[in-house]
Write a protein that binds this ligand. Structure first.
Ligand code: TPP
Ligand code: MG
Length: 560
């Protein structure tokens, strides 16, 4: 049987393995450490598109964003040592966001191992804490087996990143081996007894609250759940940067259980008698630093549903622990019905609080950034993908943008700066027909902004808004609160971002007044190029409902 198989070099076996797994898009920066893979991909250009990026940080964010958006593993190739270290940021993001990823890293030949050879790192140690599995393929014959396991592992249960190191000798060696077919996606389902427990606790609940979050959902499940919540009159909140798991226009959507939470919403979560948590890990950002839900024994009756068995009981000891995929759980959940009229009233009150909380408030300066966000929310096509990085600029989006459906939000729940721009590039390449918007800060954007070269090279035409306040605003805000008036290490002298876009072959606009944004956006969107709109905002306008000077004055007073 074996003799019928063609002899291939390791790089070709690996490239064919990717095609067999169904990989359509891969991201990376080349290195001499994995030349045979590039050679293998050369023959597969019509099946596996390889996007060459400008820095591995951007490439790893792209792979992560692709995984988050599509639910298929995002694939990344980086070279050894420097490539592997640059690429770590997207892997950490993938871990915290439960995003399936398979990362391939070049490795020194086995004959040089453990000598600290050129660019040598033991990836098993380096990536041990950041991945679901990290391994090195030491024998060319076993490439299909390792790749198959990598995809199964990245996708199973709670999705996450996997790293495979590729020693040079493995890639250059030859073997006659068979490809492994496409992986399964293994996710558990709840038992009938567990659903009876859910029924029991909810049927006596007076103030239940549902929190959705995490990775591993699909569109159909979110729509089904939304309808069910509406029919039952239950309130639903979404965990940090998972605001697109419910249509924010739904009467059952009552807000974002994340950073800068509406205090009234926080109170509702705290005062809930039953918390049904589906997919959210209940991390630090979602629990307002573990205050909304107490560890290890929550005051609320916690029904925790998670696709990763090891997440259940990790921080909180739930009353009911259900290891299930989310579509599987929702399928069972919609079979339950309660008809509790009092829930509806409470949910309507919570919804009213959400609408009041997200009413626009004026900020200092000529650009009302909140109005810009609301304009985007009202005018962009409903399925527009909004990708954002980290900084206070994102807080305005979290508060004022209405997410309208599954995977219209691509954010980093590890708060990683530089995510938005490359995530938007990946989104546009993965879904060219959808409109895409990157929302970046001035500090945030320049961490990975050179990936506009990648956008230009591959025709990923979308608009990026760079919110320029001339500082690392989030840190400045905390600085003014802790050490008022002692500004240090947070100021930025920025380039002309519109000229920057043009230098790469993109389109650039500068907006200094609210009224100029809409026409600038229309021009940018119609330019047929990757476009940047620099939005100059007043540095004092640090948050939707707070000014920098106000924070400083308050801190000074309290220290007197
Ligand atoms: C990769 C990374 N480095 C540093 C930080 C710490 N950090 C969080 S927000 C922030 C400032 C963001 O500045 P900017 O993008 O200009 O947004 P602004 O807060 O000014 O709106 C920094 C430095 C981080 N979250 N991620
Ligand atoms: Mg800034």
């Amino acid at each position: 049987m074996k003799s019928d198989l063609k002899v291939r070099h390791g790089g070709k076996i690996l490239a064919d393995a990717l095609a067999a797994q169904g990989v359509k898009l891969a991201f990376g920066v080349p290195g001499e450490s994995y030349l045979p893979v590039l050679d293998g991909l050369h023959d597969l250009q019509d099946r596996v598109r390889f996007i060459v990026c400008r820095q591995e940080g951007g490439a790893s964010y792209m792979a992560e964003a692709y995984g988050k958006l599509t639910g298929e593993a995002g694939v990344l190739f980086v070279t050894r040592g420097p490539g592997a270290t640059n690429g770590a940021v997207g892997v950490h993001t993938g871990l915290q966001d439960s995003t399936p990823m398979v990362v391939f890293i070049g490795q020194v030949p086995n004959e040089f191992a453990e000598r600290e050879a050129f660019q040598e790192i033991d990836y098993r140690r380096m990536y041990g804490q950041m991945t679901k599995w990290v391994a090195q393929i030491d024998r060319v014959e076993r490439i299909p087996e390792y790749v198959s396991r990598a995809f199964h592992t990245a996708m199973a249960g709670r999705p996450g990143p996997v790293v495979l190191a590729l020693p040079e000798d493995t890639l250059f060696s030859e073997a006659a081996v068979a490809d492994a077919p496409r992986h399964h996606t293994v996710r558990p389902a709840p038992s009938a007894a567990q659903m009876q427990d859910v029924q029991k606790h909810l049927s006596t609940a007076k103030a239940p609250f549902v929190i959705l979050g995490g990775g591993g959902w699909d569109r159909a499940a979110t729509l089904k759940l939304q309808k069910w919540l509406e029919a039952q009159g239950l309130p639903g909140g979404t965990s940090f940067r998972c605001q697109d798991l419910l249509d924010n226009r739904s009467p059952s959507f009552v807000g974002d259980v994340g950073i800068g939470i509406n205090p009234k919403l926080a109170e509702r979560v705290k005062q809930a008698d039953v918390l049904l948590v589906i997919g959210a890990r209940l991390g630090e950002m979602t629990t307002s630093a573990y205050t909304l839900v107490e560890a290890p024994l929550p005051r609320q009756t916690l029904i925790h549903v998670h696709a990763g068995a090891e997440e259940l009981g990790r921080v909180y000891r739930p009353a009911v622990a259900i290891n299930s995929g989310y579509p599987q759980f929702v399928d069972a959940l919609v079979g339950l019905s309660f008809g509790n009229a009092a829930w509806k009233e409470k949910t309507a009150a919570a919804r009213k609080e959400f609408l009041e909380w997200t009413e626009l408030r004026p900020i200092p300066g000529n650009v009302q950034y909140g109005e810009v966000v609301r304009w985007l929310s009202d005018k962009l096509p409903e399925d527009t993908i909004i990708a954002n990085g980290a900084g206070n600029f994102a807080g305005f989006m979290h508060r004022y943008f209405r997410f309208k459906g599954y995977r219209t939000q691509l954010g980093s729940t590890n708060g990683s700066m530089g995510y938005g721009y490359p995530a938007a590039v990946a989104a546009k390449l993965a879904e060219p027909k959808r409109s895409v918007l990157a929302l970046c800060g001035d500090g945030d954007f320049l961490m990975t902004g050179q990936e506009i070269a990648t956008a230009v090279q591959y025709g990923a035409n979308f608009v990026a808004v760079v919110v320029n306040n001339g500082m690392y605003g989030t840190i400045r805000m905390h600085q003014e609160r802790e050490y008022p008036g002692r500004v240090f290490g947070t100021e930025l002298r920025n380039p002309d971002f519109a000229a920057y876009a043009r230098a790469f072959g993109g389109h650039g606009e500068i907006v200094e007044r609210t009224a100029d944004f809409a026409p600038a956006y229309e021009r940018a969107a119609a330019s047929g190029k990757p476009a940047i709109i620099e939005l100059k905002i007043d540095p004092d306008a640090i948050a939707p409902a707070a000014t920098l000077s106000g924070i400083r004055d308050k801190a000074l007073k309290s220290k007197q």
